[in-house]
Every structure is written in C-alpha cells, then in structure tokens.
Design a protein. Sequence first.
Length: 301
Amino acid sequence: MIAHNREVAASIGLVIGGALWGLYWLPLRFLAERGLPGAWAGLIVYLGCAIVVVALVLSGRFAIKHRSLDLAICGLATGAAFSLYSTSLVFTDVVRAILLFYLTPIWGTLLGRVFLGEALTSARVFALAMALGGLLVVLGLGDGWPVPRNIGDWLALASGMAWAFGSMRVYQLTNVTTFEQMAAFVFGALVITGLTMIAAPELLTAGTGISVGLRALPWGLLMALYVIPMLVLTVGPARLLTPGRVGILLMSDVLVGVMSAAIWSGEPFGWREVLGSALIIGAAVVEVAGQRPQGRMPSSE
C-alpha cells in the first residue's frame, strides 16, 4: 500500500511537471524577443540553473555525493532530450517536432519490456492508444504521418528516444537522489546545447555574440526559479516510475502547451483540442489505475 501511494503521488507530481513544461515556451519566447534567437535562450536558462545548483551545493543545503560515470551518462541523456527537442524547433515545424518527440511512450514501453522486465499489460496498451490518439487529434497529421523528413525531424525523434533512455537510467540508479539527478540534467542540457551551438553556430545562434547572451544571464537566473522545480517534478517521479508510464504522464505538457498557446498566442482551441485533451487525460487515468505497484522505494533526498 505504501509503495502504491508513492507511485500515485509520483504520477501526480509528473503530471504537474509536464504541465510546467507546457508553459516553458513562454520564458523562451520572452528571451527570444529580447535578442536571444535560436538555441541561445535555452543555453541562458540552463546556465542560470547551473549557477543556482552550484550555489545550493556551496551553501551546504544539498550535496552531490555520487560522481559516477553512470550519473554523467544519465544526465547527458536527459539533458540531451530537451536540448535536442528545442533545437529541432529551429529546423522543422513545431507540430512535427511535438509528434515525433511524443512517440517517447512507445520507446519507453519497449525499453521497460526489454531491460526492466516490465509486463505489457492491456491497461498499458489501452493507455498508449488513447495517448497517441489524443495527440494526433490535438495536433493533426498535417501533410501526412510523422515520418522524419529533415534534420529537425530526426532531432525531434532522437530527443524522444534520448528521454526514454534517460528516464530508464533515472529509474535504474536507485542510489542517486533527486537533487543529483536534477543537477545532472541541468549540466547535461548545458553541455549538449553548447556543443550543438558550436557545431552549427550560424544557424543556431543567428550571429548573436556571447556578450549579448551574457547580458541576459540575470533573466536566466530568474527563470531558474521556475525551471528547477519543473525539473525536480520531472526527474523525481522518474526515479519511481517506469519509462513507459513516464512518457504517457508527461503528455500533460501537450495539453497545457496547447491551452496556453490559445490564451497568449491566439491559437485555436476548439473541439479537436477538447477531444484530444480528454483522450490524453483518460490515458493518464488508465495508466495510473491499471498498473500494478512495483514496490520501488526512493533513496533519501
């Protein structure tokens, strides 16, 4: 019963974390409107988060005791997921990027089945069908099925795979705390974003110099107050939940993203959005109610 209650609490926390991701476009757009195009906005946000993480460690409030290669790989995977996803938006349509990234419940379920011995239950299959069906209803197919056709599409697909793998590693590293996982996420995203900007500077930085980015660092520090709790509510539940479930519950990102875009950007919100949202919410309910507790107990924070 205790394990089941922990999983339910973690599931609720992850839905909230996904909802916060659905609003993440707002600070990124805010920075873009202030002269930080391309990948610069994400880099400044993660740099601000990294500074806050270092300050928390130096203050003695939190510690990073596990400095293993496994944690580094995990951080690079989770950080790469959202770094590559953000970068994919530069190269392809937003709808295609979202569709390709949120194939992640499929990758997560496959990884859970192969590496964790997770049973493929009828509830999981039903939840997957509802979640992906809701996603297609909300976003539509546009000019066809979301098959990768350009570099942006491939980056979006890779980001979903990276998140599925990263969330599996978060689940497997039972002796690593949520703070350590969050810190690894931040530095992983910072490293991957920096490397992609070096690899394609003109496209990803739009010719913006380092001095412009550094002048925006105070905004990055301020936004870290939003992003760090969001990351905690993402990687914390992933320590208790298998990758397939994480992928499904994180789709609250889509709901909040669509609704917030309708409110603040004037994008449509009609019957398709209502029906798709209902399917995704239903998928989350089926996933939480239909899966047997796994008895995972977290390590101390």
